[in-house]
Design a protein around this ligand. Structure first.
Ligand SMILES: Cc1cc2nc3c(=O)[nH]c(=O)nc-3n(C[C@H](O)[C@H](O)[C@H](O)COP(=O)(O)OP(=O)(O)OC[C@H]3O[C@@H](n4cnc5c(N)ncnc54)[C@H](O)[C@@H]3O)c2cc1C
Length: 446
């Protein structure tokens, strides 16, 4: 049996294990955490609140993944039509704002539309960064009041310092007619790349992963601290050492690279230029369930500490005690652009204060549960350094034969389904390697 080691037990790690399992290979899977699931873990707290690690919903359009996840929970999942809104200076426009200007201050609406028309009449100019794209798509007023402000809160850098290769369907570029309809009428169509989502009926998002566990020989509480690619050896902080024939890693690239013995200085330097946001998640339980009509709300104002709110009790009944509601706030940082210091708990009170300020929490509400956690890796920041730095780092890993996968191995804007498939692809690449590995597989399969 070839000794394939998978680092990480998140969606990517299990994607790799799933593909290897189809060839009769059970990898050894190491994870530093005391639990499997990585970012898809869910925690249950008394008196019955379930919080995921950040809002996690499954909106994959890939039917194979849909079926796989549905089978993993014995078809017990909710299918929900998504409702998203925004908060901006006391207004609550529907999402995306560019299609729902109705109800915003008249001067703002007029200026946004005038800019939009003017911009559309200009000849197409070069798009060198996200700022150029925003100006060409929306004109300066809308760009500054909404996406540029949001960028500073969510990506922690300026739109001028970002590329556009992450956009995909994420930000809708409307026609003039769509903008006008949304400005005139409160009931313009809901255009978003996510329309419906699924969520397990019980146990939080991590329920989707329980059935994957037998696919690997899982070793929790194993934090990788060093990799010696010369002798294919891994060392863990608990003193364990092990060898591998093939290594598939979903460990964040900056961490993995600095652990590799003999890594060249330019590769190390490139890995340090890779930017990611980190996040403080503040979880609040309230003695009232009608807190919001939306599953998620985006906050643009820079004097409100959180960037996004999710309401886990709206995903399924089992996420909160009957009659109670839950709120999860995301407050973003970045080692490169806005380093986090202090304790995650320091953000509980500022979050509660801002929830009251925007009116989501009422004076009469009782906060019955509160907790906070820090995520050192949240969203990849597509700054202008990323592409070149990533090419150097990935090129080096290719040279030393370490396969990478997942959101923090591919270093992209991957959702859970994409992370899973990235793990599958990494396993596929390993399986298609010639020479010794193939020979071992032939011996194994007789
Ligand atoms: C706030 C937030 C909200 C999100 N919402 C959604 C959503 O609604 N829907 C959706 O589809 N996707 C969502 N995502 C994306 C989703 O979380 C990721 O695509 C996916 O979970 C990434 O899986 P992964 O296996 O690549 O990484 P991870 O889940 O991070 O797995 C990596 C694993 O490696 C382990 N590891 C790291 N370092 C070491 C080490 N030194 N030694 C040993 N083990 C180590 C970690 O403990 C972890 O278990 C969201 C992400 C965030 C941050």
């Amino acid at each position: 049996m070839p000794n394939v080691v998978v680092l990480g037990t998140g969606m990517a790690g299990f994607g790799a294990a799933h593909r290897l399992g189809q060839e009769g290979i059970t990898p050894v899977m190491y994870d530093k955490n005391a639990y499997y699931g990585g970012h898809t873990m869910s925690f249950r707290h008394e008196p019955g609140f379930v919080f995921d690690i950040g809002p996690h919903i499954s909106f994959t359009k890939d039917e194979r993944i849909q079926e796989l996840l549905a089978d993993n929970v014995d078809q017990r999942y909710e299918t929900i039509q998504i409702s998203l809104n925004n908060y901006w200076r006391g207004y609550w426009p529907q999402h995306p704002v560019q299609l729902h200007l109705h109800g915003l201050p008249e001067d703002v609406v007029v200026k946004v539309i005038a800019d939009f028309v003017e911009e559309r009449q200009k000849p197409d100019g070069p798009i060198n960064n996200y700022n150029d794209w925003l100006l060409a798509s929306f004109g300066p007023t809308f760009a500054e009041l909404f996406p540029k402000q949001y960028t500073r809160k969510y990506h922690l850098t300026t739109a001028e310092n970002m590329s556009t290769d992450w956009l995909g369907p994420r930000i809708y570029r409307p026609t003039l007619e769509e903008v006008l309809r949304g400005a005139i009428s409160a009931s313009s169509p809901n255009i978003h790349y996510i329309t419906h989502f699924r969520y397990p009926t019980q146990g939080g998002f991590v329920s989707y992963l329980h059935r994957f566990v037998p696919l690997g020989n899982i070793k929790l509480n194993h934090e990788l601290v060093s990799v010696d690619p010369g002798i294919n050896e891994l060392a863990f902080s608990n003193g364990v050492r092990t060898r591998y024939d093939e290594l598939i890693s979903s460990v964040p690239l900056p961490d993995l690279i600095r652990m590799i013995k003999g890594v060249p200085a330019d590769v190390l330097e490139a890995s340090r230029r890779l930017a990611c946001s980190s996040c403080v998640l503040v979880n609040i339980g309230v003695d009232r369930e009608d807190i919001s009509s939306a599953h998620m709300t985006y906050f643009y104002d820079e004097d409100i500490c959180f960037t996004r709110l999710g309401f886990p009790h709206m995903l399924c009944d089992a996420n909160a005690p009957k009659g109670m509601g839950s709120i999860q706030a995301e407050v973003y940082f970045s080692d490169k652009y806005r380093p986090f210091s202090g304790k995650p708990e320091d953000w509980i009170q500022p979050v509660i204060d801002d929830l009251r300020r925007c009116g989501l929490l009422r004076d009469s509400d009782r906060v019955v549960f509160r907790t906070a956690m820090y995520l050192p890796y949240a969203n990849i920041i597509f700054d202008l350094d990323r592409a070149a730095a990533l090419k150097t780092v990935h090129g080096y890993l290719d040279d030393i034969g370490i396969s990478y996968c997942g959101r923090y191995g591919d270093w992209g804007y991957l959702w859970t389904d994409e992370s899973f498939k990235s793990g599958e692809a990494a396993a596929e690449a390993v399986l298609s390697k010639p020479a010794a590995f193939q020979a071992k597989r032939r011996v194994h399969s007789g």
